[in-house]
Design a protein around this ligand. Structure first.
Ligand code: RP5
Length: 169
């Protein structure tokens, strides 16, 4: 089995957020690889990884990092694969620093930036990209959407039984 998605994180301390991406890819049965690389601490290794990813068969890269988060941008600078960035709340600025670092990429080097700590959405976005050429995966995503909608319907059934004197139903 060859990995189609690569999950990269700036530090092992990012794992609690990035494992949400891993869990979701696992649930969708999408083969992935996962490692730690740092744009500032291991810059050469980041460039090498990004330059080799496409040749290894990777189709989408998810990169999460906190603080002055250069990781997804540096990967995007070294690859034409779609790069999904996950800003992580790991410092005193609570992820806003990482969000701005990722979302404000210069023209020519895009990073599809998720919400702060948006690990699960990163995996869903990666799955949507892969589903463009994988009908079976597309079917799984349709099922996921139906389940999400069912949760809202069920929540309304629960809310319907919450009584208030002044509630108009
Ligand atoms: C970033 O600095 C990492 O992505 C992490 O979010 C943050 C802190 O890293 P550690 O000091 O915990 O390794 O580069």
């Amino acid at each position: 089995m060859k990995a189609l998605v690569s999950i990269v994180m700036g530090s092992i301390s990012d794992l609690p957020v990035m494992e949400k991406a891993a869990d979701f890819l696992n649930e969708l049965e999408i083969p992935f690889e996962m490692c730690t690389l740092s744009a500032h601490r291991t810059p050469g290794a980041v460039a090498e990884f990004a330059q080799q990813a496409k040749g290894k068969g990777i189709q989408v890269i998810i990169a999460g990092a906190g603080m002055a988060a250069a990781l997804p941008g540096v990967i995007a600078a070294n690859s034409t694969l779609p790069v999904i960035g996950v800003p992580i709340n790991s410092g005193p600025l609570m992820g806003v620093d990482a969000l701005y670092s990722m979302v404000q990429m210069p023209p020519g080097v895009p990073v599809a930036t998720m919400a702060v700590n948006g690990g699960q959405n990163a995996a869903l976005m990666a799955a949507e990209i892969l589903a463009l050429s994988d009908a079976k995966l597309g079917g799984k995503l349709d099922e996921y959407k139906k389940k999400s909608a069912a949760k809202v319907t069920q929540a309304n059934e629960v809310l319907a039984n919450v009584k208030y004197d002044c509630r108009v139903i």
